[in-house]
Each structure stands twice: as C-alpha cells, then as structure tokens.
Ligand binder design. Structure first.
Ligand code: DC
Length: 219
C-alpha cells in the first residue's frame, strides 16, 4: 500500500524527525513543509519584501522555486542549497508572519498536494491533516513539553553551528506557537481524526515505534 501520512504539531516537537524516520522505514517520500515556508521567508528576507505589500509579495513569488535535494532532502531555493541558512535565527524570527500570509499559502499548498498525489508520502507541518491532506490515511498530532522542545531545538542549532541562547530559542518557539495557532488562514490545530503522540517521555526509538504501530494498524 502507498499511504499518505500527515504529521502536525507545534514547533520543535519532533515532527520532522518522526516523519523522516517513518518515510525511511516505509520507503516513502518525506516532505518537511516547514522548510518550504522557511525558504520562502529567506527569499523574502533577501529581497526585502514588505509583507503588507501584496504586489511585492506576488512579485517575489514569481519564478520562485522551492524544492529539495533528492536523497539528502536539503532545502533547495532556486537551485541553491540553503539548508543551514533556513534554520538560523533570522529566518526563524520571521517565518511565522510569512506563513500567515494567505497568498503564500495559496501558492505553496497546491505544490504540496502535487507532491503527495501518488501517495507513499510522509508530510509534516501545521495544516497537513486539516488542509493539505484532509483525507490522509493516517494523521498524527505530535506534542512534547515546552522544556523538551527548547532543549531539542537548541541542540539541533548547536549541531549546525548556529548560535543562540536558551532564552532566545524559548521565546522564538513561544512566539511562533502563538502566531501559528492564532492566524486566520489554516491555523495549527489537531484534526478531529488525528492520533495524538506525546513524546516527552519517549526515547527516539520508542517514538518511531509508536508512529510505525499506527501505520501497521492500517492493515
Ligand atoms: O516546522 P518549522 O518550525 O520548520 O516551520 C516553520 C514555520 O512555518 C512555522 O512557524 C509555521 C510555518 N508552517 C506552516 O504554517 N504550515 C506548515 N504546514 C508548516 C510550517
């Protein structure tokens, strides 16, 4: 079977880690939609786009290509590998307002649907089970305590050589959670038919097993 698996949740709760591991085990394609919004945010940052200026937003998206390096899944913006840059503080600080712009979502969501139309995909984000694939075969909603999410994001940034204090990371996560769940267009929320996985007290292996157990239940 070639299932469509949607994984949603707050920032830094382990969605992409789970999605990547499940895709690998299943031989499916993995898509980190947060990386797509981060690439658009980086592009807007470089072009100095005013988010209030709809003409400037539309102009900046013309000819824009947001993709992934086959195999490594690194973020590819107009052919340039920007995987490290999109994880830095500058992009993290402005990605939520960019993702709240309806014109941005109208542009990217059809591309996400196209990527998943043949099934065999694990896609993670904020609106995958509610908006992008409301008919997904499996919807997981991931949660973890704020403390643990902050620790993980900090460790992830350190591993990439990106500087940030614990307080900066915690503030960024709280601000993004608020913007992502209170915006008008496609706010983050748990789909009614989603299964909640709290990984606060799970090892990585147990977390992946919990996700895979839900796939096995599909038959
Ligand atoms: O998963 P992430 O932290 O890399 O996502 C970056 C931002 O993109 C996040 O603050 C909200 C936004 N986002 C979104 O609005 N919808 C998605 N499907 C994925 C991410």
């Amino acid at each position: 079977m070639s299932y469509t698996i949607a994984i949603d949740g707050f920032s830094a709760c382990g969605k992409s880690t789970l999605a990547k591991a499940m895709a690998k085990r299943l031989g499916y394609r993995f898509i980190d939609t947060g990386a797509m919004y981060r690439m658009i945010a980086l592009h807007f940052l470089r072009q100095n786009v005013d988010l209030e200026d709809s003409g400037a937003v539309a102009g900046a998206m013309k000819g824009l290509r947001v993709d992934f390096v086959p195999g490594s899944n690194d973020a590819l913006l107009n052919g340039e590998n920007v995987e490290t840059e999109i994880r830095g503080g500058a992009v993290s600080g402005m990605v939520s307002p960019v993702a709240a712009v309806p014109a941005v979502r109208r542009w990217i969501v059809p591309q996400q649907r196209e990527m998943g139309k043949a099934g065999g995909i694990v896609m993670d984000g904020r609106d995958i089970g509610t908006v992008v694939f409301p008919d997904a075969d499996l919807k997981l909603f991931i949660t973890a305590s704020t403390e643990i999410r902050t620790d993980r994001r900090l460790a992830e940034m350190e591993a990439k050589g990106l500087a940030a204090t614990r307080e900066e990371v915690a503030t960024n996560l709280a601000t993004r959670d608020h913007i992502d769940s209170s915006r008008e267009d496609s706010p983050l929320r748990q789909a009614e038919d989603a299964i909640v996985l709290d990984n606060s007290n799970l090892s990585l292996e147990a977390f992946i097993e919990a996700g895979m157990a839900e796939v096995e239940k599909l038959g």
